[in-house]
Ligand binder design. Structure first.
Ligand SMILES: NC(=O)c1ccc[n+]([C@@H]2O[C@H](COP(=O)([O-])OP(=O)(O)OC[C@H]3O[C@@H](n4cnc5c(N)ncnc54)[C@H](O)[C@@H]3O)[C@@H](O)[C@H]2O)c1
Length: 342
């Protein structure tokens, strides 16, 4: 398999490392030669031990005329739509676009809606949804362990100091898309894993798609930046199930959890409940609990995600990270910001 990755930044390194772990050949492209240098000499060796000389590094202007099997787009969200539309023209076997799919902007979302039925499988990088721990959570819901699902609550609350620690070359939010909600940054874009996970949990709970949403958003604005540091959403689905999502870039230490309450018990998912461990807890009505732990290291998240994508493509299977789910998340983000801007 031959893979092209756009973006030599944080996620580009993870996707390159995961691709190599699966035995694939990798070329990475970036518009910034300094980013390619940083990948080779800093990020990759620091994270994974040493640089893998077989990885090709190129500036976009040196784009090779090769037939890539998979194309992964790991650039800032405001570049995703254009790169995705151009990548489709290359007719690869599959495309992964990082989350959030695009800017939370109506015309961009409409443009991407036109490719929803593309023959080429497209995935959006909400990797938590395909993690082992969320798979377990799903299985327990589907097996009826908590009965009929009554409400769902998802939090992705994480101060973005961690992100800036992983990007020491950035001075702060104004240096990147993170400082601008309109570019797909802020808490609503960066932590949209939570909204996406809520949507997924409502589908597997047979509650249907989100029908109503409202929000309270705390924006931060000065002459440079304009982002949301806190984004709280209330949701209602087609079946009338109601619940809540909170995303912020404030909370420290971070809290990433999902609670699914049923009429026979409750499930809790705790991401990183301790270093390298995710946890799922099943409580029955008598408060007896069963605990399931999932050991993983950060690179495993992306190996797991790429294995999932590869298997879906090779076996023509549906996926909870396929394009339409990521697109629906963007539609909701567009609605909540529109509510506030008007
Ligand atoms: N799934 C996850 O857990 C996860 C984790 C980290 C980042 N992400 C997502 O990945 C995306 C990138 O984040 P990051 O932290 O890697 O950013 P980053 O700033 O570290 O890297 C982005 C790189 O893309 C390059 N770039 C910009 N435009 C380009 C273009 N047109 N062609 C090629 N390269 C281009 C930049 O020069 C930069 O080197 C974001 O959408 C982010 O939300 C997802």
């Amino acid at each position: 398999m031959l893979v092209k990755i756009y973006g030599a930044g944080s996620i580009g390194n993870h996707l390159a490392n995961a691709s190599k772990a699966l035995g694939w050949d990798v070329d990475v492209y970036d518009i910034d030669p300094k980013a390619l240098e940083r990948m080779q000499y800093e990020i990759y060796p620091t994270r994974y031990g040493n640089w893998d000389k077989s990885i090709g590094l190129y500036e976009n202007k040196e784009l090779r005329k090769k037939e890539y099997d998979y194309i992964f787009i790991g650039t800032p969200p405001d570049t995703h739509a254009e790169l995705l539309l151009n990548s489709l023209k290359e007719n690869p076997k599959g495309i992964l676009v990082e989350k959030p799919l695009c800017r939370p902007e109506k015309s961009e979302i409409e443009k991407l809606s036109n490719i929803e039925n593309s023959k080429i499988p497209i995935f959006v990088g909400y990797d938590h949804v395909v993690s082992q721990s969320i798979n377990k959570l799903k299985q327990l819901i589907v097996d009826g362990k908590i009965g009929k699902v009554l409400t769902i609550d998802v939090d992705f609350r994480e101060n973005w100091s961690g992100i800036f620690d992983a990007h020491p070359w950035l001075d702060g939010p104004s240096d990147t898309y993170l400082g601008y909600w309109e570019k797909g940054g802020g808490a609503s874009g960066e932590h949209s894993h939570a909204l996406n996970l809520w949507q997924y949990l409502s589908i597997i709970s047979n509650a249907g798609k989100v029908k109503k949403i409202d929000s309270m958003i705390d924006y931060v604005r000065d002459n440079k930046i304009f982002y949301d540091k806190l984004c709280m959403m209330h949701l209602e689905t087609e079946s009338g199930l109601k619940g809540r999502v909170v995303q912020d870039v404030i909370t420290n230490p971070s809290k990433k959890t999902a609670i699914v309450q049923g009429d026979k018990g409750r499930l809790e998912w705790i991401c990183h409940f301790e270093k390298n461990n995710d946890r799922v807890i099943l409580y029955n009505k008598d408060k007896n609990s069963e605990v399931f732990n999932f050991y993983k290291k950060r690179p495993d998240d992306f190996i797991c995600e790429l294995k999932h994508i590869d298997s879906c493509i090779k076996n023509s299977k549906d996926s909870p990270i396929e394009f339409s789910f990521g697109l629906n998340t963007m539609k909701l983000l567009n609605i909540i910001h529109q509510q506030h801007q008007s």
